[in-house]
Design a protein around this ligand. Structure first.
Ligand SMILES: C[S@@+](CC[C@H](N)C(=O)[O-])C[C@H]1O[C@@H](n2cnc3c(N)ncnc32)[C@H](O)[C@@H]1O
Length: 291
């Protein structure tokens, strides 16, 4: 798995944590703005398995057409299976084929289609003049500065509102340790490393996008959306520690620093094994709309 192609097991694992963390005030502001409008076309950036459609679809009143943009070719098949399972558990009936699906309950209908393309080709692949709302969950931190600026420009040109949820801000551990700060600092540095298309913005993405949109006359609301990964959630704790291990192993560090993070990781895994570890991952949710 690379940072730009995500393991679908990871997307399934993180979903309930995102669900619990989403900031209700930010979401309510978006839902109020949409009101009773129907039908709506919603463009989801970095859609993965369709987490935003599954979460927001039932909460938005009107009929909806979801365009799920993701550059990963493997995602649509797994995404439709997953959405079907989740939406049927929420009382929807529907059907899907390789690229499109629909689900309906007594109140409204959701039509869902994947757009398998990179964000950089958004203008060629999606007719933005038909879109009413742009969403992105856990995707902004993967943007480069150039992509972030281009996105702000496109949103403003088409006067599109944005709901961007679960944008990484920081993480901490309990019990606390003196090595936590330098080690999470390295992990965050790895998030922003140079990759094809330029360095990623990591935790700076959400505030930069907010600022760029405010400069273009948008009103914004940004609030915390935090995961608490407790001792009874070892699978998620293990996944988070594995991400850190992989990131740190890819960095060129002094041997002393390598020994420090390896010892730190061993300690954290031992705490996890005896049910003594809590990991907090802080995020921000952002709602931005043209004034
Ligand atoms: C962390 S996952 C989040 C997925 C989903 N929004 C969720 O909440 O489960 C990020 C997603 O963005 C996609 N992605 C990353 N970079 C992209 C790009 N430049 N263009 C389109 N999709 C991208 C990945 O394939 C992945 O599915």
């Amino acid at each position: 798995m690379s940072d730009l192609h995500f393991d679908t097991d990871w997307l399934r694992l993180r979903f309930p944590f995102d669900e619990a963390a989403r900031n209700r005030e930010v979401e309510a502001a978006c839902l109020r703005w949409l009101g009773n409008r129907s039908p709506l076309t919603i463009l989801d950036l970095g859609a993965g398995l369709g987490a935003n459609c599954v979460h927001l679809g039932p909460r938005i009143r009107g009929d909806q057409r979801w365009l799920l943009l993701d550059h990963d070719e493997r995602v649509p098949a797994a995404g439709f299976e997953w959405m079907a399972e989740r939406l049927s558990a929420a009382g929807y009936e529907g059907a899907w084929d390789g690229r499109q699906g629909w689900w309906a309950d007594a109140g409204h209908r959701l039509e869902v289609a994947y757009v398998t393309a990179p964000l950089d080709r958004l203008m060629e692949t999606v007719s933005l003049s038909e879109v009413d709302l742009v969403t992105a969950n856990a995707s902004l931190d993967l943007l480069s500065w150039k992509q972030c600026e281009a996105l702000a420009g496109m949103l403003a040109d088409f006067r599109l509102p944005l709901l961007a949820t679960i944008n990484y801000a920081s993480m901490s551990f309990e019990p606390m340790g003196t090595a936590d700060l330098p080690i999470t600092g390295l992990y965050e540095q790895h998030m922003t490393r140079e990759q094809a298309g330029g360095a990623r913005l990591g935790k700076q993405a959400v505030s930069l996008l907010e600022e760029l949109l405010e400069q273009r006359g948008y009103r914004t609301l940004r609030k915390p959306a935090n995961w608490v990964v407790g001792p009874d959630q070892p699978e998620m704790q293990g996944a988070l520690l594995a991400f850190m291990e992989r990131a740190l192993a890819e960095m060129e560090l002094m041997p002393g620093m390598v020994a420090q993070w390896e010892a730190w990781l061993e300690l954290r895994r031992a705490e996890m094994a005896r049910g003594a570890l809590t990991i907090r991952v802080r995020h921000f949710d952002l709602w931005a709309h043209p004034a």
